[in-house]
Design a protein around this ligand. Structure first.
Ligand code: ATP
Length: 219
């Protein structure tokens, strides 16, 4: 079903799901697209169009039943079996992510995504064998064998920029489907691997540009 949904909508699905989880937690049973729009900063027409791709979830004037929408999202997420992921590069960022994803809240069914982080890799001998969060750090030399044995399909990349491309290339041809690239540099890999870039420093700079644009518009 996802293959018929435009990319721009796909980009907003996780945001919608998180918003509906919050509504559900607050005991809110129904929500209008106008109200959703205020909460997440996406205009109502876009929300209505995005939701139309997910099936008959709302009615004009009635809004969306929170439980029904959450079930639709959870069905989408459940269509795939749980995917296994590893994280490579356990510096400051990798360590923070390992601790973050070890939080109990990700065991909560409602927060659970189909991607499970199961191991960490680094080249630093002093890190190998350490337990960070609830995962063990392995040496990079064992990566290929580990990927094959545990059917790893996703990778979170937190190596330094200078190492990123080489590590990414080493992942080709092993059945990896997606790389979440937090290595602060662009990587190029074979087309069968989807790369999603996240650069927190760039996000902060983008925020700065938006604020500057707004401020200059007022002058
Ligand atoms: P950051 O805050 O970005 O995590 P850092 O200063 O803590 O940076 P980096 O030098 O960016 O550390 O390295 C991140 C981690 O990646 C380190 O633990 C380093 O040993 C590891 N690393 C470096 N090269 C490789 C590689 N080729 N494969 C796997 N891990 C690597």
């Amino acid at each position: 079903m996802l293959h018929t949904i435009p990319n721009a909508t796909i980009k907003r699905l996780a945001l919608y799901r998180r918003c509906f989880i919050e509504l559900y937690d607050k005991g809110i049973k129904r929500v209008q697209s106008g109200e959703l729009s205020q909460r997440i900063g996406v205009d109502s027409a876009t929300i209505r169009r995005d939701f139309s791709y997910l099936g008959e979830l709302g009615r004009q004037g009635y809004g969306y039943e929170v439980r029904t929408v959450l079930e639709a999202f959870n069905n989408l997420l459940k269509t795939e079996e749980t995917q296994h992921a590893v994280i490579i590069g356990i510096g400051n960022l990798g360590r923070a992510l390992l601790n973050y994803f070890s939080s109990d809240k990700f065991n909560d069914l409602i927060f659970k995504t189909p991607v499970d982080l199961i191991a960490a890799f680094d080249i630093k001998e002093s890190l190998v064998g350490q337990q960070i969060g609830n995962l063990e750090v392995h040496h990079l030399s064992g990566l290929k064998a580990y990927i094959e044995k545990h059917q790893i399909t996703y990778v979170i990349l937190t190596v330094p920029p200078a190492a990123a491309q080489k590590v990414a290339n080493s992942l080709e041809g092993l059945g990896i489907k997606g790389i979440l690239n937090l290595s602060s540099t662009v990587i190029n890999v074979a087309e069968d691997i989807r790369v999603h870039e996240v650069d927190l420093n760039m996000e902060l700079e983008t925020l700065f540009f938006y604020v500057l644009q707004k401020e200059q518009g007022k002058k």
